[in-house]
Each structure stands twice: as structure tokens, then as C-alpha cells.
Design a protein around this ligand. Structure first.
Ligand SMILES: Cc1cc2nc3c(=O)[nH]c(=O)nc-3n(C[C@H](O)[C@H](O)[C@H](O)COP(=O)(O)OP(=O)(O)OC[C@H]3O[C@@H](n4cnc5c(N)ncnc54)[C@H](O)[C@@H]3O)c2cc1C
Length: 446
């Protein structure tokens, strides 16, 4: 018997989606009012949801597709991340990113996601500054970090993947910082202006898809052979629902007690003036992931991407109730300021313009949830931190499943085991946050 589901929680944000804010206001968008029917309803308009909608337009041209987004496009995690769309293994739980599952298969799948995104950029004429295929660098600030990089480079070599060592001077020429003693460049990462990519993806999709913003799905219930999806001011009747709301899958009662609801934190400088740019030096665009996955990610963007700015990402907390706090943002902002000052003493003390938290969702065993959950209800959720690529894949896969199509993407995800059960909530939250703080401390200068 198909089961009715009610959303117990809706997304709550803390701090601005700065990537979106620096692009200036978006058009007001449309809110669903009244009754509609659709062939497919996609719940959630992030990387997974928009990719799912686009894949549906390819598989069933002319189908009536509705996307329901609780907030505005690019205001959720898709406008709050660091924008690394990474092709290589990137296991955040490991010491050096390698080791989660079959790396060759994952690389091939990540590259499928990147190719799909590249194709969308071309079809929808998305600003190429928002999808910059320049690669990334793993920066190392300590001997331990340098060794992580060496072991990661060896691992990449066994996979036949190219990488290039950078010394301290090359790192300084790139970033303007003397903090890094070495770096490992890999060419396959695409650096997104994540909010710009999502906004313009939405604009492209709107030609064939109805996107309703500020329209959370608050529940769905079977009605004859179909489903009725409820929103605060309307309803959509449909035969197929795609849940692409990442961790909020659990808010609809699915995978309860099996998903880790994590918040990551970041901050962004104001636009750097010419004097600051002169003091800073380095190139105008770069992205540095830490050699230790629990370290600090740094990114420099330029005028084509929302201004000459530096973005610092560090700190993580587990929040079972999916509600970030202002105190969490304040604590992380202090840590980020310290990391920024350490890397850029020539700009030390520069106050950040925006500080924020963003939600992501992991499982203990690093699996996603992409399968049919109920008759005609499909999910493309749980991106395990790397949601720009993984979200794109689970979105594509959910759309294919909903159309009865089979591919290497659907095969991969439907063969994954279920997310491992977590210990009871208070223990998970207390234990995980202690481990996260310890890992943060252990990452040291990285
Ligand atoms: C600070 C930070 C840095 C990060 N850096 C990176 C990075 O460099 N590279 C990378 O790959 N990933 C990164 N991530 C993770 C990445 O942002 C996420 O994994 C990704 O956004 C997941 O995409 P998604 O579409 O599955 O989910 P989301 O982007 O979370 O989209 C889900 C959408 O569903 C909507 N929604 C939820 N409930 C409902 C409902 N009931 N009705 C309607 N809509 C609903 C939400 O509003 C949201 O817009 C980072 C995250 C953070 C916070």
C-alpha cells in the first residue's frame, strides 16, 4: 500500500547564501497557487533536482514537469558550498581522500556528471565563468600534509590519473600565500560559481519545466493510482514524485536514524580593492582543497564570478534536528578569520563580509539513496559531501528510474547497500561533534 508522507521539517538557514547574494537579485520567481497536474513532480531544486528535471526533459520530451523548491533557487546548499565539482576520489572520511569504494568507477561516474553539466552549460548558455574547468590544488602546509599529498599522488598514479607537484614558490605565485609548503595539482575539477550555475540552469530549464519557488512540498498522499503533493497554497497531482531534497529525505520519514545531517561553515571577504589586490598578489582564480580532508578549503574568485574575493571554508557540526545556530556560525567565523590571517598576513584583520552555514547529508557507509522508495516515488539524495557531482548523478539516476530506463548510473546506485544505522540520536550528535572537533584540531595548519 502506498504510504502518505508529511514533511516534519523544512529547510532552515543561518547566514546568507553568499554566492547567490554577490550576483545581485534574482527575478521574483513563481509560487504554486491552486491545483495542477503533472507527469513528474521533483521536490528540491538544487544540483540533484535541476539535473533530474533536465534528464526528464531528455527522456520524455513534452512531459509536464514541475519542480517545487522550498526557498529560492541557489539559496540552499547549492548557493552555500565551495564550488569544487571534483572528478577524483574525494572520501572526506579518509586521511587523504582515497579509498571509498571502487575509485575507477567513481571517477568515471563523476566525469559523467561533469559532462552532463558541461552539456547543460552549452545548451542553456550558462555564463562560462560559472563553470571553469581549470582543475584544483591540494595544498599542504605541514610535513604531514605534504606526506598526504605524496600518498594521494601515488594512489592517482596507480589509477593512471595525472597530477603535478607544486613547490612553495609555485604555490605563492598561484595564491599570494607563503603558507603552503607544497601542492598537488589535478586537472579534472571544474570550479563552479555554484549559485550562478544553479540560477542559470533554472533559467534554461524554465523553457520546458515549471519551477515553483518558495513552494515547499509539505506532504504527499496516494489518490487512486496517482499522488497528490501538497504545498502551502496549492496541490499537484502526479503519477511520479522525485525526492531530490538531500538530507530532508529524512523529514519525509525515509531512512530515519540512518542519515548524518551535517553543517559546514564558510565566510567570504568583501570585494578586494586595488590596494588589497596589490598586497595579495597571486592569480585571480584558484581553488585549494586541504591535503587533510578536515582542513581548510580556500578559494579566490574574480570579477566574472561576483567580485575579487576570497572564500574560507572550515568547521563542521552534526545537527540531528537540521537546524543550524547563529552561535555555530559565530564560532566558525572566528576560526575562519584565524585561518585567513594565517594564510594572508598581508591582509590580516580584514573583516569578512559574509559568514554562513550550509547543510549536507552523509551516510556512515558513504552510500547515497537513489531508488524507488514507494510506488512511483523515487529518490536522488544523500550526496556524502560531494554534492555538485554526486547530486548531479543521483538526480540523473532518479529521473532514469522514474522513466524505467537503465544505465550505468542507475545500476551503480541501485546496487548500493542501505545507509548504515546510526547510534541513538543524542549519542550520535555528541560523539560525532567531539570527533569532528578533534579532527579539526588534528588538521592543524592544513
Ligand atoms: C560550506 C559548504 C561547502 C561545500 N563545498 C562543496 C564543494 O566544494 N563541492 C561539492 O561537491 N560539494 C560541496 N558541498 C556540498 C554540496 O553543497 C551539497 O552536497 C549539494 O548542494 C547537494 O545537492 P542536492 O541537490 O542533493 O541538495 P541541496 O543543494 O541541499 O538541494 C536540496 C534542495 O531541496 C530543497 N528542499 C528541502 N526540503 C524541501 C521540501 N520539503 N520541498 C521543496 N524543496 C525542499 C532545499 O531548499 C534545497 O534547495 C558543500 C557544502 C557546504 C555547506
Amino acid at each position: 500500500m502506498p504510504q502518505s508522507q508529511t514533511a516534519r521539517r523544512l529547510p532552515v538557514h543561518q547566514g546568507p547564501a553568499a554566492w547567490n547574494m554577490i550576483l545581485g537579485p534574482q527575478s521574483a520567481g513563481q509560487t504554486l497557487r491552486g491545483k495542477e497536474t503533472a507527469d513528474f513532480v521533483v521536490i528540491g531544486g538544487g544540483f540533484a533536482g535541476l539535473s533530474a528535471a533536465r534528464r526528464l526533459t531528455q527522456l520524455q520530451p513534452g512531459a509536464r514537469i514541475v519542480v517545487l523548491e522550498a526557498g529560492k533557487l541557489a539559496e540552499g546548499a547549492s548557493g552555500r558550498n565551495s564550488g569544487f565539482m571534483i572528478d577524483l576520489p574525494h572520501d572526506l572520511a579518509s586521511d587523504n581522500y582515497s579509498g571509498a569504494g571502487d575509485d575507477r568507477t567513481l571517477i568515471n561516474l563523476n566525469r559523467r556528471a561533469i559532462a552532463f553539466a558541461r552539456d547543460a552549460v552549452s545548451e542553456y548558455q550558462i555564463n562560462p565563468n560559472f563553470f571553469d574547468a581549470v582543475g584544483k590544488v591540494n595544498g599542504a602546509a605541514s610535513a604531514a600534509g605534504h606526506h598526504h599529498n605524496i600518498s594521494y599522488a601515488k594512489h592517482l598514479q596507480t589509477l593512471g590519473e595525472p597530477s603535478e607537484d607544486l613547490d612553495q614558490q609555485q604555490m605563492e605565485v598561484l595564491t599570494g600565500s607563503r603558507h603552503y609548503r607544497s601542492g598537488l595539482y589535478s586537472p579534472g575539477t571544474v570550479m563552479l560559481q555554484p549559485a550562478g550555475y544553479i540560477r542559470e540552469f533554472g533559467t534554461g530549464l524554465r523553457k520546458s519545466v515549471s519551477i515553483y519557488e518558495n513552494t515547499p512540498a509539505i506532504g504527499f498522499a496516494p489518490t487512486g493510482p496517482d499522488w497528490m503533493v501538497s504545498t502551502p497554497h496549492g496541490f499537484v497531482t502526479t503519477s511520479r514524485i522525485l525526492l531530490t531534497n538531500n538530507g530532508h529525505l529524512e523529514s519525509f520519514g525515509y531512512e530515519r536514524g540512518r542519515l548524518m545531517q551535517l553543517f559546514l561553515y564558510a565566510s567570504m571577504t568583501p570585494e578586494l580593492d586595488s590596494d588589497m589586490l596589490r598586497k595579495l598578489g597571486g592569480q585571480s582564480r584558484w581553488g585549494i582543497t586541504p591535503s587533510n580532508p578536515m582542513g581548510t578549503t580556500m578559494r579566490r574568485i574574480d570579477t566574472g564570478q561576483g567580485g575579487n574575493r576570497i572564500i574560507t571554508r572550515t568547521c563542521a557540526t552534526l545537527k540531528t534536528n537540521m537546524t543550524p545556530t547563529e552561535a555555530g556560525v559565530v564560532r566558525s567565523a572566528k576560526v575562519q578569520q584565524g585561518k585567513f590571517d594565517q594564510r594572508f598576513p598581508q591582509l590580516a584583520g580584514l573583516q569578512m563580509e559574509h559568514c554562513w552555514a550550509g547543510h549536507l547529508c552523509l551516510s556512515l557507509n558513504s552510500v547515497s539513496v537513489m531508488r524507488e522508495l514507494d510506488r512511483g516515488v523515487f529518490s536522488g539524495c544523500v550526496q556524502n559531501g560531494l554534492g555538485t557531482a554526486r547530486g548531479t548523478l543521483t538526480g540523473i539516476g532518479a529521473a532514469e528510474l522514474a522513466c524505467g530506463e537503465r544505465s550505468d548510473i542507475t545500476d551503480f546506485f541501485t546496487q548500493e547497500v542501505a545507509p548504515k544505522r546510526l547510534p541513538p540520536a543524542p549519542f550520535t550528535e555528541i560523539g560525532a561533534n567531539i570527533v569532528l572537533r578533534w579532527k579539526e584540531w588534528r588538521a592543524g595548519a592544513e
